[in-house]
Design a protein around this ligand. Sequence first.
Ligand SMILES: [Mg+2]
Length: 175
Amino acid sequence: MGIIKKNFLPNEYVQSVYQIDFNKLAEQGFKGIITDLDNTLVGWDELQPTESIKKWFKQADDLGITVTIVSNNHEKRVADFCEDLNVDYIFEARKPRGRAFNQAIQRMNLQPSDIVVIGDQMMTDVFGGNRRGLFTIMVVPIKKTDGFVTKFNRIVERRLLHHFKRKGYIKWEEN
Ligand SMILES: [Mg+2]
């Protein structure tokens, strides 16, 4: 079970990205964020960033934290979302594979130890970040509905969550 914990247990778990304390991250020495888009920043069917998400990006920017959106979704979805945000992005990232994570770290010109990975999926975001040795924060997905592949991943994810809870590794409440 050690390997499962190492790969799939996030370092932190929060209800939403708004609970992430940028000041604390900056104090801890983190300089970059790799974040998922769908169901992490907004619902998968929301095309544009909300006002609160725009503020969230501005807060990170004000503290000198660079953000890159790394999404498994296609170019148009990611590019349209990022248009007003002035943020770098990688689409069709194929998380949990490592290539897009490496690309994002390189583009931000940072070290892996400087990076926080944020996402709503254990099988792609958390697994991808953990296996690359990055600090991972999991958020509760904004919407319950998902695509086909995600539905399958969610079944595995629920089992892992249950296992971690039973072991006492995580203590959060599901909404
Ligand atoms: Mg997602």
